[in-house]
Write a protein that binds this ligand. Structure first.
Ligand SMILES: Nc1nc2c(ncn2[C@@H]2O[C@H](COP(=O)(O)OP(=O)(O)OP(=O)(O)O)[C@@H](O)[C@H]2O)c(=O)[nH]1
Ligand SMILES: [Mg+2]
Length: 459
C-alpha cells in the first residue's frame, strides 16, 4: 500500500509557522534530498557531515545573493518527526524573506507540501498511527486545557493502545478458528470458546465505554451551546453580561430589549460554553419582535443545554409550570433559574417555588454566579473530566466503533447459537476490519488524503 502513494519520494517544503510577520519564521523540509538541497544554499558547513540533532548558524545564499542569516536544525532519518531527513530553517519573520527562501528551495528540487503531509509521512513511516496523527490536528486546533489534554493523551497513543490490544487478541482467535476450518473433518476445536466468549465480552465493554465517551469528547472538542431563554425582562441579557464579565448585551427595564440573538463564548474549567442570549418569549404584535421570538425557539431547539430564566418577583407558579413543560418538550438538559432574588429575598423565593429544583441567583449583583458556573459544568460532564482517560473525540472513530459494536454483537450471537466456524470467522474479520480502520492498519490512499487534507500546511 505504502509504496504506491504518489509523490512519496519527493522532498517537500513548507512554512511551519503561521503566515505573516513574526519574530522568526520556520521553514521545514522533509525527504531524501533535504540535506542535498540545503547544502547548496548553506555554504558555511557541509550538513551531510554533521551529526543529527544539531543546530548551525550561517547565511542562506542563492549563488552570490544572500537570502537571510538563519539557524538550521538538522534531524537525520530515522530520528525525526517524519522518519525522513528533516531540516528546519529558522529565518527572520518577514513574509517576503520566507517566500524567497521557500521559492529558492523549490528551485533546487523540493516541492511545496500538501496540508498535513509531514504528519502523513510520519504515519506512513510508522512513527504515528492514524489516531495519533489525527490527535496532532486536534492538538493544533485545541483552544482549552481540556481539549489540549485529550489530544495529547491520544498523541501518546491512549486511544489506539486499547484498540490494538483487542485487535491482536481477536486476530489470534480468528487465526485459530480459521485453522479449525482446515481440519473440519476431524471436528477439533483449537479456539477455546470460553476464553473467546470472555474476550468478546471484554471487547464489548471497551467499545461501549468508548462510544459513550464520544458525547463528552464532543463537548471537550467543540464546546456546549447554551440557550438562555425566558420571558422579557427576566434578566437574560444581564446574566449573559455577568457570566462574560463585560457589557456585551444591552440591558434595560423595557420588556423586549433583545431582538436578535447574541452569541458569546466563555471558558469554564476548561470547557467552552457558547452562550446564546435570546429575545424574551411572549406573544407580540411587533413584527421584529415576533421574528426574534421565533428565533429564540429555534435556538432553544438547537442548543445542547437550555437555561430557563425567570423573575422570581413576577413569575407565578402556574407560569413556571407551563414554561417547564415547554422546555421539557425539547428533550434536552435544562436548568431552571430564578433571578432577582435580591428583591424578593432568598427564603421567600425558596418558599414560593418549593421542590421545583430551581436555582436562585441575582444576575445583576453577581449573586451565586460562581455556583451557577459549576452547575453548568456538572450538567455536561457529570463530575470532573478525566482527560487522562480515553475519550473519543473524532466522528470517524465513532462511526467505525459503531460498526465494531455491531460485529461484536453478531459474533456473540453466533457463539450463543453455535454458529459454524466459517460464519463466525466472517464476523470476526468484519470486526477486525473496522478496528483496523480506526488505527490505520486498514485504509486506502483516498481516505488518507482526505484525513490529512484537514491539517494545516507545514504540519
Ligand atoms: N433587581 C434586579 N434587577 C435585575 C437583575 N437582573 C436583571 N435585572 C434588571 O432587569 C431588567 C431587565 O434585564 P435584561 O437583562 O435586559 O432582561 P432580558 O431578559 O434580557 O429582557 P429582554 O431582552 O427584553 O427579553 C433590567 O432593568 C435589569 O437591570 C437582578 O438580579 N436583580
Ligand atoms: Mg435581553
Amino acid at each position: 500500500m505504502l509504496g504506491k502513494l504518489s509523490g512519496w519520494d519527493d522532498t517537500i517544503v513548507a512554512l511551519a509557522t503561521p503566515n505573516g510577520v513574526g519574530a522568526i519564521g520556520v521553514i521545514r523540509l522533509s525527504g531524501p534530498k533535504t540535506i542535498e538541497i540545503v547544502n547548496q544554499l548553506f555554504p558555511s558547513k557541509d550538513l551531510s557531515k554533521q551529526t543529527s540533532h544539531t543546530i548551525h548558524v550561517g547565511f542562506l545564499k542563492d549563488g552570490d545573493k544572500v537570502l537571510d542569516e538563519v539557524v538550521v536544525s538538522l534531524f537525520k532519518n530515522p530520528k525525526s518527526y517524519t522518519g525522513e531527513d528533516v531540516i528546519e530553517i529558522s529565518c527572520h519573520g518577514s513574509p517576503f524573506i520566507q517566500e524567497q527562501v521557500i521559492n529558492t528551495i523549490v528551485k533546487y528540487g523540493a516541492r511545496l507540501a500538501k496540508p498535513g503531509e509531514f504528519t502523513q509521512r510520519a504515519f506512513l513511516k510508522g512513527k504515528l498511527d492514524l489516531t495519533q496523527a489525527e490527535a496532532v490536528a486536534d492538538l493544533i486546533a485545541s483552544n482549552t486545557e481540556a481539549s489540549q489534554k485529550t489530544a495529547l493523551h491520544n498523541i501518546r497513543g491512549g486511544f489506539s493502545t486499547v484498540l490494538k490490544e483487542l485487535r491482536e487478541q481477536l486476530i489470534t482467535f480468528s487465526a485459530l478458528i480459521e485453522l479449525e476450518l482446515d481440519f473440519s473433518q476431524e471436528d477439533v476445536e483449537f479456539a477455546d470458546r470460553t476464553k473467546f466468549y470472555e474476550l468478546i465480552h471484554r471487547s464489548q465493554k471497551v467499545t461501549t465505554d468508548l462510544l459513550q465517551s464520544f458525547q463528552l469528547g464532543n463537548v471537550i472538542k467543540n464546546g456546549v451551546s447554551v440557550a438562555i431563554v425566558g420571558k422579557p425582562n427576566a434578566g437574560k441579557s444581564t446574566l449573559l453580561n455577568t457570566l462574560l464579565n463585560e457589557n456585551r448585551a444591552i440591558v434595560s427595564e423595557i420588556a423586549g430589549t433583545t431582538r436578535d440573538t447574541i452569541e458569546e463564548v466563555i471558558n469554564i474549567n476548561g470547557i467552552l460554553f457558547r452562550l446564546i442570549d435570546t429575545a424574551g418569549i411572549r406573544k407580540s404584535t411587533d413584527a421584529i419582535e415576533v421574528i426574534g421570538v421565533e428565533k429564540s425557539m429555534e435556538k432553544m431547539q438547537q442548543a445542547d443545554l437550555v437555561l430557563y430564566l425567570f423573575d422570581v418577583n413576577t413569575e407565578s407558579k402556574a407560569d413556571l409550570e407551563t414554561a417547564l413543560l415547554q422546555v421539557q418538550e425539547q428533550n434536552k438538559s435544562y436548568l431552571l433559574i430564578g433571578n432577582k432574588v435580591d428583591v424578593l429575598g432568598e427564603d421567600a423565593a425558596q418558599q414560593k417555588y418549593p421542590g421545583d429544583g430551581v436555582f436562585f441567583i441575582a444576575a445583576k449583583s453577581n449573586k451565586h454566579i460562581d455556583v451557577l458556573k459549576e452547575r453548568l459544568v456538572d450538567k455536561v460532564v457529570q463530575g470532573t473530566i478525566q482527560t487522562e482517560s480515553t475519550i473519543v473525540t473524532n466522528a470517524r472513530h465513532y462511526t467505525a466503533l459503531q460498526e465494531v459494536e455491531k460485529s461484536l454483537n453478531d459474533i456473540k450471537a453466533g457463539l450463543d447459537n453455535q454458529l459454524p466456524g466459517d460464519l463466525l470467522a466472517l464476523d470476526i474479520r468484519r470486526c477486525l476490519h473496522f478496528l483496523g480502520e480506526i488505527t490505520g492498519e486498514i485504509t486506502n490512499e483516498d481516505r488518507l488524503d482526505y484525513i490529512f487534507s484537514k491539517f494545516c500546511i507545514g504540519k
